[in-house]
Design a protein around this ligand. Sequence first.
Ligand code: 2RA
Length: 340
Amino acid sequence: HLKHVAIAGATGAVGVEMLRCLEQRNFPVGQLTLLASARSAGKTVKFKGTDVTIKELKADSFEGVDIALFSAGGGISKEFIPHAVKAGAVVVDNSSAYRMDDSVPLVVPEINAEDVKKHKGIIANPNCTTAITLMALWPLHQAFGVKRLFASSYQAVSGTGAQAIEELERQTREWAKAERKWDDVRLPADQVKVYPHQIAFNALPHVDSFLDSGYTKEEMKMENEGRKIMHHPTLRASVTCVRVPVFRAHSVAVSAEFEKPVTVEAAYEVLRTAKGLDLVDDPTLKKYPLALDVAGKDNCAVGRLRLDCALDNGLAFWVAGDQLLKGAALNAVQIAECLV
Ligand code: 2RA
């Protein structure tokens, strides 16, 4: 039966995609409440051909709400989710606020949908880089038992939000407008607002904040969240997260070591039938996952499979996925689908 659904952060890059996923997947929405900052209150957006007016997010915004999707940052989640739960809503939170809370399931439906029913009012959506990587790692883990992995991510600016998308657009346009050459790409400091350094034509090894260990919070999410989602408490993951001038798809280079003997052919067997994943792997035809190809798509894509030459029993591969969809909005809506 129909649900009263709320989206907190409805005007953000992820919130907009959440609304689109609800519509495209024909989610049983009986009533829709769109919540954002005072700045956005009063604006209208279309849902199934009807104008819906955005309201200011407040403590009492959740009366009668059955399912609340949050994507407005950890601070907003911490402040307002308790009110939503108190009002009787089940919350799917895209922020990192509750992911490692023992009473909060952390879910990628293709992997651990059964954890959804253990919720005490909140279900957490994983970090985008984790979700996208696990879409390829999970089937391989089921078949061969992953011990540890080394990964480098190439993360889209959409992961930072709408302002970062705008910053990459602006910096790229600024360079092109001036008809500058390939060896003259440094922009004036006042063009660098969102990131610590220019993102256009650059690669920033700095996503989220640094820890005393020298890793960033983003880099440790792969191990911390991977252990919880896969119910694999001894998983080890050494990751370097890099922001690159790509708009909305994350790509990850992975080297994974397994318990059981692996071959590329055996890996193909499990990847070919994995849900939510496309196997795109034929270098002779220049076929491998591309950020531009997965952008806007529900499925992630895996390719460049080969026996890892530096591990005794490992596979190297490349996985890509839309950061706003499987990395955030789609996964959150798929979790909500487990609730209806
Ligand atoms: C990022 N994974 O890409 C983080 C949050 N979406 O910035």
